[in-house]
Design a protein around this ligand. Structure first.
Ligand code: ZN
Length: 265
């Protein structure tokens, strides 16, 4: 697993940002530049699913939407205590469409976007933590969060992965999606159901947010070329033939849900 933890080494992205002029019109560069000067960073926290969208797979006992909201709220508390400005895309059991989540994230400058999810698959033995990003500018954040979460979890390391989930593809700020373990794995589900473990997850994600410029970027698994039809092998899969194959910006109802059904190791 790409741990590559090194507290002293600046990431390549950080070095590049340092070379950008302060007045750069590049949004990402501008956001990182101002952050390095110490201005307040906003963290937009996105609890996956909600309302009629339970997340997970059909028949799953533990509702993913409840776990994601709880971890998101804990993360909010930890980050707020650390002095971050925090915005929640949802703070209760409501359904928020993906474009709305993205619009919220994109309405902030000098911000980062952190999506909280749990995984699911038909094979009970599958488990582990995986962290997704899409834009290169998001790799340092993904690397840092993944490093801390894996370090604090009993679960195996499924790596940092690049993939075009809607909420990652459409956000204009650094954006990461963390899959905090498999709710279909008996051991990981048992952990997830304890408040202390969810608190631990929140603390490790927060540590990754704080350390995003000091953890070396991880090597990653590039799944950005995975066909959309394979990304969404789910209860909606039979509708997919009518959908545009690539480059479509039309979100599915819960695109960010687990794709692990088709890629369990
Ligand atoms: Zn999910």
């Amino acid at each position: 697993m790409p741990r590559n933890f090194c507290g002293l080494r600046l990431s390549v992205a950080s070095l590049l940002v340092m070379l950008l002029p302060c007045g750069s019109s590049n949004a990402a560069g501008a956001s990182r530049s101002s952050e390095s000067s110490g201005s307040l960073t906003t963290v937009v926290i996105d609890a996956g699913h909600g309302g009629h969208d339970r997340g997970g797979i059909p028949g799953q006992r533990i509702a993913e939407k409840d776990m994601t909201l709880d971890v998101a709220q804990r993360l909010r508390n930890v980050l707020s205590a650390s002095g971050y400005r925090v915005v929640m895309t949802r703070d209760s059991d409501v359904f928020v469409p993906l474009p709305t989540r993205v619009a919220i994230a994109n309405s902030y400058r000098n911000a980062i976007f952190v999506c909280i999810h749990f995984n699911a698959t038909q094979r009970r033995g599958a488990g582990g933590i995986e962290t997704y990003f899409y834009s290169r500018d998001s790799l340092p954040l993904a690397s840092a969060i993944h490093s801390y979460v894996v370090g604090g979890a009993p679960s195996s390391n499924r790596g940092v992965r690049r993939r075009g989930f809607y909420v990652l593809r459409k956000t204009s700020i650094p954006a990461v999606l963390v899959e905090c373990g498999f709710l279909t794995n008996p051991t990981e589900a048992a952990y997830a159901q304890t408040a202390s473990y969810r608190e631990k997850l929140a603390e490790e994600i927060a540590a990754g947010v704080r350390g995003r410029n000091s953890v070396a970027s991880a090597s990653y698994i590039d799944q950005s070329k995975v066909a959309k039809s394979e990304r969404h092998r789910s209860k909606r899969s039979h509708k997919k033939s009518a959908r545009k194959k690539k480059g479509s910006s039309k979100p599915t109802g819960s695109e960010a849900r687990s794709g692990s059904i088709d890629r369990e190791a």
